[in-house]
Design a binder for this molecule. Structure first.
Ligand code: DGL
Length: 259
């Protein structure tokens, strides 16, 4: 069984790719929505949440965990890898494919403040984006809007034009909540701008990790597990997940306090 977690519903954009690639796998998902957004919280706070959520996922049977949150990956993945024995897959800032795809040599990255502060992001930029200008845009307010099921057109217009006016022809969605806004981001950016969502690549990496660590999937003929927990009201998680997989029912969704 694979555990997946995010500060909220954003990680469903990764879960969607996971179930498409490995439908036979069992999944348990935690949306830490009571503590969302993580974007400007201290690294220690995010590590505390990561530790508690991962313990819970392991108690539910997770044999590997996908940290489906760029912000939690930036703050906590090193801690998790050194304190737990199961394998972890984190979000990669997709700067490398963006740099390769850009013709203008300008790449926009839309992420949270904490993701930009992380060494993972900085190292990736150093390694893969030499000669490329990166326009870093903090998507203030976007995560909160997605958690309410809203598409904040005015904020999106502001952030996207900030990047395109500086010449960006590729925009990286550096937060797992943002694929929920991809249609509007693409509409504002226009057809000449490519939008990169790293979720499919993260799903492929998870498949490699699951295979190399012999993560067990549902037995032949058995129905794979699909369980969802939210530390807040699970109503939006339920709506968003059922939009991805209509076979889910309300019984799959639970409220949980994770301390
Ligand atoms: N989905 C999270 C990410 O990928 C959102 C972080 C937040 O809660 O601010 O960064």
């Amino acid at each position: 069984m694979i555990g997946v977690y995010d500060s909220g519903i954003g990680g469903l954009s990764v879960w969607k790719e996971l179930i498409a690639l490995m439908p036979e796998q069992s999944y348990v998902y935690v949306a830490d929505s009571a503590h969302c957004p993580y974007g400007a919280k201290s690294p220690d706070y995010i590590i505390d949440r990561a530790r508690a959520v991962v313990r819970f996922l392991i108690s539910e049977g997770a044999e590997a965990v996908v940290v489906a949150c760029n912000t939690a990956t930036a703050a906590a993945i090193s801690y998790l890898r050194s304190h737990f024995t199961i394998p972890f897959v984190g979000m990669e800032p997709a700067v490398k494919p963006a740099a390769l795809a850009s013709k203008t040599g300008v790449v926009g990255v839309l992420a949270t403040a904490n993701t930009f502060k992380g060494s993972l992001y900085r190292d990736t930029v150093m390694r893969y984006a030499s000669g490329i200008r990166i326009v870093e845009e903090v998507g203030w307010g976007l995560v909160e809007a997605v958690e309410k099921g809203e598409v904040p057109s005015e904020l999106i217009r502001q952030y996207v034009t900030e990047m395109t006016e500086q010449g960006a022809d590729v925009i990286v969605l550096g937060c797992t909540h943002f694929p929920f806004l991809q249609e509007e981001i693409a509409r504002v950016a226009g057809p000449s701008v490519r939008i990169i969502n790293p979720a499919p690549a993260v799903a492929r990496q998870t498949a490699r990790v699951a295979a190399s660590h012999a993560v067990s999937s549902a037995a032949a003929g058995a129905v794979p597990v699909r369980e969802f927990f939210s530390t807040a009201d699970p109503a939006l998680l339920q709506r968003a997940a059922m939009a991805i997989d209509p076979a889910l029912t309300p019984d799959h969704f639970h409220h949980i306090n994770i301390q």
